[in-house]
Design a protein around this ligand. Sequence first.
Ligand SMILES: [Fe+2]
Length: 284
Amino acid sequence: MRCREIGPGFVAQVTDLDLTRPVTALQHAQLNHWLDQYLVLVLPRQALTESQQIDFSALFGPPSERSRPQDQRVEQSPFAHLIGVVTNVRDNGQPIGSLPDGEMWFHHDGCFIERPYRATVLRAVQVTSTGGETLFVDMRQVYESLPAALRAATVGRSAVHVFDYRTLNQQPDPAMDLSRVRHAVHPAVIQHPRSGAHALYVNPLCTVRFIGMPVDESQALLHELTTAILQSSACYRHRWDVDDVVIWDNWASCHARTDFPSGEVRMLRRSIVSGQPLEPALSQ
Ligand SMILES: [Fe+2]
């Protein structure tokens, strides 16, 4: 098994490993170490069945049940509660999976629940000729790069995040009625549960507002932090090939999707590694 860095300080490609076969205890430990050290691991040419993808996810923690009740699924699978399908394929006009179309802004998977997921795994089943790339940003590096005053304004705060993926490229309304949507509050700067690293935990798609702050100030702070995410040099663009498996840490990275042609099929299978409550960074 080999690992080499392919993105700015937080993305590594893992090769010489066949995930259709059982991994050794040493490989298991090494993969966890690399996920904590980097944040994004890319494993090309892994033609996994759904069952094998669940086994791979389980190397990093208990697989999480899917949380998107609005997902539709025509295809029946015994693993449908653990494997979601991200696709624009439709049956009688209805998407058969989730997040069907177009651009999707930066977000952390699971930021709207009390115990945000440790990691997400995607395997590419069918990809478009262009677009549909996944962008990743290292939120440890984003936090490190914030000007001191902005860091001071953010650390120690908490923010509320919502689940409303009906709009994939729009900031949530800061005045929204939270009683009607799935939401959770987390520290704006977290201490990573495994590595201890500090990371910004705010994103443009799901973060509604900071707690205990007037809405206009909250919006201004959110805008500054979003700008830092979008301008970060710690960004990696993944161009998918069929049978790429990518796993990423959802606590210290966020990700986005670029637009893609609606006339072409894009399909990926997603599984999720359960998480835990996030603790605040206690200092800058
Ligand atoms: Fe996502």
